[in-house]
Design a protein around this ligand. Structure first.
Ligand code: F6P
Length: 357
């Protein structure tokens, strides 16, 4: 193998640059050239590339985001060619042919569910491809943890620490909304690591009276209460809160804003001043955590090894501390928390954290 390409696709997170650095340095040390595809599948179809040398990637492993750019919209086999008439075309072959013309013999895609599903198709159509899963949501079945999850937890815990001092000064309840879509991993790990009083998960609808009672007790005890809510958590009998629908995205629903109404209701019911904070995209940026650098580097190295050894068609991953692989899944499988069989949930309950039920 003389030349490979690498692409980052889907929503960004910390750890992508560490993966890029490992692929570039490791490939170059083996005498393999690396082409960086810019802006995910947009660059793949339109032909936006850059040659990657070792000097381009020195020191990038700690940087958030991706030096190659990313997009969570474009899909090569359903590519929007006319925005006004909404005409889509399958341009997978166009992207593959252009890469082959440059002498590219293999591709590494670091991406989320949608991007790795496209990677599966690219592999099937003749460009040997290996996928590396990434998402702050930790909801991809191929890896636990996923790249980006650890940094997002760290960001959240740091920000909640800042909120505790102001909440305590004013005897307030803080409702902190975190991302994660329909999976509660980010909310659970954030809540656990930041000593929240209540954690609201999308996997289990909450009872507002239980939430309020626990918050009141916490304020009595220590002057403030922290409620960590997943962006997709909902009250028993109520609908989820959708911020918007992004038509040309693999995951069309965008959550967000659930904490606003929740804070209003809690304030009305308890009479305690309550504020909501949506941590939003702050969760996805910042200096990459050590765990994310190490996990991303391990998986990138493994992905390159598979590509070189003609074992393409796989998504790599981490299972605890072991490196694993599986064939590209043909259907989307969201890993959710098994709320009746999760040690961290048990532990949280043991130390008095409420899940609002
Ligand atoms: O999947 C990652 C994620 O950050 C989710 O947690 C969140 O719901 C979504 O992406 C936000 O998407 P966007 O960046 O398009 O607003």
């Amino acid at each position: 193998m003389k030349k490979i390409a690498i692409m980052t696709a889907g929503g960004d997170c910390s750890g992508l640059n560490a993966a890029i650095k490992t692929v570039v340095c490791s490939a170059k040390n083996k005498g393999i050239d690396v082409v960086g595809i810019l802006d995910g599948y947009k660059g793949f179809v339109e032909g936006y590339y850059t040659d990657l040398e070792k000097e381009d990637v020195f020191g990038i492993e700690t940087m958030g985001g991706t030096i190659l750019g990313s997009s969570n919209k474009e899909c090569p086999f359903y590519y929007l060619v006319d925005k006004e008439k909404m005409i889509y075309q399958d341009l997978t072959e166009k992207g593959i042919d252009a890469l082959k013309e440059m002498g590219v013999e293999g591709l590494v895609v670091v991406g989320g569910d949608g991007s790795l599903d496209s990677a599966r198709v690219v592999n099937e159509r003749g460009m040997p491809t290996v996928g590396i899963p990434k998402t702050i949501d930790n909801d991809m079945i191929a890896s636990n943890p996923t790249i980006g999850f650890d940094t997002a937890i760290r960001n959240n815990v740091e920000n909640i620490e800042r909120l505790k001092s102001t909440a305590s000064s004013h005897e307030r309840i803080m409702v902190v909304e975190v991302m994660g879509r329909t999976s509660g991993y980010l909310a659970l790990y954030t809540g656990m690591a930041s000593d929240a009083d209540v954690i609201l998960l999308p996997e289990e609808d909450y009872d507002i009276d239980v939430v309020c009672k626990k918050a009141e007790e916490a304020v009595d005890e220590k002057r403030y209460a922290i409620i960590v809510t997943s962006e997709a958590a909902k009250e028993q009998g109520k609908d989820e809160t959708i911020l918007k629908i992004v038509d040309d995205s693999y995951e069309q629903k965008r959550y967000g804003g659930v904490s606003e109404n929740l804070a209003k209701v809690i304030e009305e019911k308890t009479g305690i001043e309550t504020r909501n904070v949506i941590l939003g995209h702050l969760q996805r940026g910042g200096t990459t955590s050590h765990m994310d650098i190490i996990n991303a580097s391990l998986q990138a190295n493994y992905a390159l090894e598979l590509l070189i050894n003609n074992q393409h068609g796989h998504v790599v991953g981490i299972d605890g501390i072991n490196l694993v692989k599986m064939e590209f899944p043909k259907t989307r499988g969201v890993r959710q928390l098994d709320i009746n069989n999760n040690e961290l949930i048990e532990l949280a309950k043991n130390i008095g954290i409420s899940f609002g039920v």
